[in-house]
Write a protein that binds this ligand. Structure first.
Ligand code: FEO
Length: 383
C-alpha cells in the first residue's frame, strides 16, 4: 500500500535476461502499476504481458469486486502497455485516459475497440472523488506520448519511466548505481526533455514518487531530484577516473591496470577499471557518465579499434555524451591506429577535451612505457 487509497499492483520479473532486448538485468526488473481507490477508480498503467496474468490478479484483489473506471496510460512501450489488450478484455467499459499522441500511437500496440476515451492536455485535471489527478506532459522521457500524473490529494507523482531503476523490488541493492545505468541507457539521450519536466515538477509538493520501474521513492526525493539534475545536464557526478580497455592478449589490459596504479600513487582517490570485453556495455556507459575523466585504451584491430571499444563509443555518441576529459592509449605490433580511430569517433561528440598525451604501446608493457603512462596520468589529473 502506498497510501490509504493508492495500492501497488505491479509485478517483479526475475526471469528476463535482457531488458529491451539488450541490457543485462542480473536482478531482473519490476513493472510497476498502481490503483487509486476513490469514488471512481483509476488504474495507472498496465505491465509487460510477460506478467499480465499475475498483474490482473493483483488488481482484482485490490478491487474487491469493484470495477475500474479509468485506465491512465502514461507510456505505451510494451513493458507497460502490452497488457492493455488483456485489461480491456476483462474491463471493456473502462475509460482510457491519454493525450493526443497516446491515442495516435495506441493502434500500434492495441488491436481492440476503445469504447470510451478521455484525451487530456497539459495541466488538465480528472476528479476521482477526493483525489484529483493533473497531467504533466513529458514527451521523450522516454517516448513521445509519455505523460506524468500528479495526485494533489496524496501529493504523489506518478513519474512514468523517470526515476526508475533496474532490479526487482524484492532484491536489496543500492538505488543509485542501477538507477544511473537505467537512466543513461534508457533516457540519457533526452537530457533537455528531462530538464523540461524537472522544471514542471519543481512547482509541485511531492511526498512520494511512483515510477514505472523500481521502488517507490519517499525519503530520498531531494537526493534523487538532485541526481536527475546532474544527469540531465550531462555534468560529471564523481571525482576520479574511469579506465575502459579493450585488450586482445592482455597487454593493453595490463597497461590499463598500471595506469590505474600510477593515478592512485599520484593521489587520485577513485579509479575504476573495466574490461569492456567482459562487461555489459550499459555498465561502461554508466561509468563513463559518472566520472568527468575517462581513459580509453584499445588494441588496434582491423585498422581501427577492438569491436567492444567501438561499441562503447557508438553507444556514448547515441546517448549524447559530452562535457568530459578523455585520455587515449593504444597498442599495435606493426601499425597502431586505435588512437586515431577513437579521436575520430570522439570528434563527433560535443565538448570532449582529449588529452594531448596519447600512449602508444608496441606489444607487451615494458619499462620504457612507464614514462608515457606517467605523463598521461599527470595530464589526466591536471585536466
Ligand atoms: Fe519502461 Fe520506456 O518503458
Amino acid at each position: 500500500m502506498i497510501t490509504r487509497d493508492i495500492h501497488y499492483i505491479g509485478t517483479n520479473d526475475d526471469s528476463i535476461d535482457l531488458f529491451e532486448g539488450q541490457y543485462v538485468v542480473p536482478n531482473g526488473i519490476s513493472y510497476n502499476s498502481y490503483v487509486i481507490m476513490d469514488e471512481k477508480i483509476a488504474v495507472m498503467d498496465t505491465v509487460d504481458k510477460r506478467k499480465g496474468e499475475e498483474y490482473l490478479k493483483n488488481l482484482e484483489k485490490v478491487l474487491e469486486g469493484r470495477t475500474p473506471d479509468y485506465l491512465v496510460l502514461s507510456h505505451l512501450e510494451p513493458d507497460h502497455g502490452s497488457s492493455v489488450q488483456a485489461f480491456m478484455e476483462k474491463y471493456p467499459d473502462v475509460t482510457l485516459v491519454g493525450n493526443a499522441k497516446t491515442f495516435q500511437m495506441l493502434p500500434l500496440f492495441f488491436q481492440g475497440e476503445v469504447k470510451e476515451k478521455l484525451t487530456v492536455k497539459e495541466g488538465e485535471t480528472l476528479n476521482l472523488g477526493q483525489h484529483t489527478l493533473s497531467f504533466i506532459m513529458a514527451p521523450m522521457v522516454h517516448w513521445p506520448e509519455v505523460m506524468m500524473t500528479y495526485d494533489s490529494f496524496d501529493k504523489v507523482l506518478f513519474s512514468a519511466d523517470a526515476f526508475g531503476k533496474f532490479g526487482t523490488l524484492d532484491k536489496e541493492e543500492p538505488w543509485e548505481k542501477e538507477a544511473r545505468r537505467y537512466y543513461f541507457n534508457i533516457v540519457g539521450k533526452y537530457g533537455p526533455q528531462v530538464q523540461a519536466v524537472l522544471k514542471k515538477a519543481a512547482n509541485l509538493e511531492i511526498q512520494q514518487i511512483c515510477p514505472l520501474h523500481g521502488p517507490v521513492l519517499k525519503e530520498s526525493i531531494s537526493r534523487v531530484l538532485k541526481l536527475y539534475q546532474i544527469w540531465s545536464t550531462y555534468e560529471p557526478e564523481a571525482e576520479g577516473v574511469f579506465i575502459a580497455y579493450a585488450s586482445l592478449h592482455g597487454n593493453t589490459g595490463k597497461a590499463a591496470q598500471r595506469l590505474a596504479e600510477i593515478l592512485k600513487e599520484k593521489g587520485c582517490q577513485e579509479v575504476t577499471v573495466m574490461d569492456l570485453a567482459r562487461s555489459d556495455t550499459s555498465e561502461a556507459v554508466e561509468c563513463a557518465f559518472r566520472y568527468g575523466k575517462v581513459v580509453l585504451a584499445s588494441a588496434s584491430y582491423n585498422a581501427g579499434v577492438v569491436p567492444c571499444m567501438e561499441d562503447l563509443l557508438h553507444h556514448l555518441k547515441g546517448k549524447n555524451y559530452q562535457k568530459r576529459k578523455v585520455g587515449l592509449m593504444e597498442n599495435g605490433a606493426w601499425a597502431p591506429c586505435a588512437v586515431r580511430t577513437m579521436k575520430d569517433m570522439l570528434a563527433q561528440m560535443k565538448d570532449i577535451s582529449v588529452a594531448e598525451t596519447a600512449v602508444t604501446l608496441r606489444g607487451v608493457l615494458k619499462e620504457s612505457d612507464e614514462a608515457a603512462l606517467e605523463a598521461l596520468a599527470e595530464e589526466m589529473l591536471k585536466l
